[in-house]
Structure formats: structure tokens, C-alpha cells
Design a protein around this ligand. Sequence first.
Ligand code: ADP
Ligand code: NI
Length: 233
Amino acid sequence: MLDIDKRERQLDEARHYVREQLGQDSSGHDWWHIVRVTNTAKRLAAEEQADGFVCELAALLHDVADEKLNDSAEAGLDKVRTWMTGQQIEPVVLEHVMEIIGTISFKGGNQPPVTTKEAQVVQDADRLDALGAIGIARTFAYAGWKGHAIYDPELPYREQLTPESYRSGATSAVNHFYEKLLLLKGRMNTRSGKALAESRHRVMEAYLKQFYAEWEGTDGDWAVPSDTAGAPL
Ligand code: ADP
Ligand code: NI
């Protein structure tokens, strides 16, 4: 028999652990990113009939091993494995969660597709948090954290990024839309994830249109009737 209480306790331990590990992060991997990804993963898991416990646990733990927050990707993964072992997570669940968190990251977009339904769900949930209104906010926050410009018209965006060039090299917040965000809609794994990605994609397109219009000074309808032109407000 499955011990539901035990699983609830394990999820609760995971929440405490992750919050303590990521609490201070300002590179886009803070605790509230985890909360949003976990909620989306639960929603997609129900829709896609995936294992909800595996999806929730993997979503909670997916950024603890991030190489930005550890000495290396391997050191990060070892840390998560050690933590799950200490929590007596069932071996099949532990291995599945390790596989998910080791394979879902974007890293420039040339990673092989993930294979299990649960990995597909968690990857979609993580990607969805990079899109739409929240994705736009995270992009500018990340660019600030890195010291990048919001936009530089003289800096072309890059194609065919490797994991190394994705993490380093000159770019801007606006370039990131072309280097990653606008590509994600075409790379979703699940039907429900794709539907959500499409509406968030439209939000980003509308945002960029307005951004360029303001940049060029061609936005809005600011023409005033000729008889009031030049008059004070
Ligand atoms: P993940 O680990 O989820 O694949 P990343 O660590 O690549 O994601 O990114 C974390 C957040 O920062 C995401 O919202 C992502 O789109 C954003 N981000 C990553 N690289 C850049 C960049 N060069 N400029 C702006 N935002 C970025
Ligand atoms: Ni993430």
C-alpha cells in the first residue's frame, strides 16, 4: 500500500529544504519560481495523466542542482541525491527524479529531448515560467543580475548556442527573447503545455512590438487637434 502520509511528509521536507537552499537567489531561481513551477507541474501532471508525486518532487528540487548555485553541475546533482537518500525516497522515485533534474535544463537549446512523461511535464512547467508576463520580468531581472543592457540595437542576437555560449558572451535582455524565449513554444512536450505556451508567446510578441515602438518613438496616438497644439495642458 502507498503511504500517502509519508509522501506528504517527504514533499513538506522538500519544500523546507529547497526554500532554505534557494531563498537568497536573485538570478531567476528563487523560491517563488519553484512555487510557480510546482503548481504548473501539478496542473500539467493531472492533465497528462503523469505521476503527480514524481512531478511535484522533481519540480520542487529541479533548481537546487543548478550549476549557477553549485561548484559544478555534478556537485549539485550529488547534493540532491544525498538529500533524497537521507529522506528515504523510494529508489525508483529517486532515480526518476535524478534523471528529470539532470536533463530538463535549456542550456542553449541543443539538449536531447526528454523521454519520460514526468520529465516532459516538469520541463514544460519550467519553460512556461520563462514565458509570458512572468517570463518577461525574469528576463530583465536576470539581465540586471548579469550586468547586461535591456537592449542594444548594435548587438545582434546569436543563433546555435552551446551551453557555454548560452551562459556567457555578450547579449541583452531583448536578445534573450530571440535566443530562447520565442523558441520555446515550438519545443513544448505536452499538449496542455503547448496551449499555455501559445498564449504566453502572444503576450511576449505584443510586449516586443510596444517596446520597439517606444524605442523608435512611434508608439501611441499622441497627435493633438491643431487648435490646441502648443497650448499648455
Ligand atoms: P533553466 O535553468 O530554467 O533552463 P535558466 O537558468 O537558463 O533556466 O534561466 C533562468 C531565467 O533567466 C529564465 O527565465 C531565463 O529565461 C532567464 N535567462 C537565462 N539567460 C538569460 C539571459 N542571457 N538574459 C536574460 N534572461 C536570461
Ligand atoms: Ni527552473
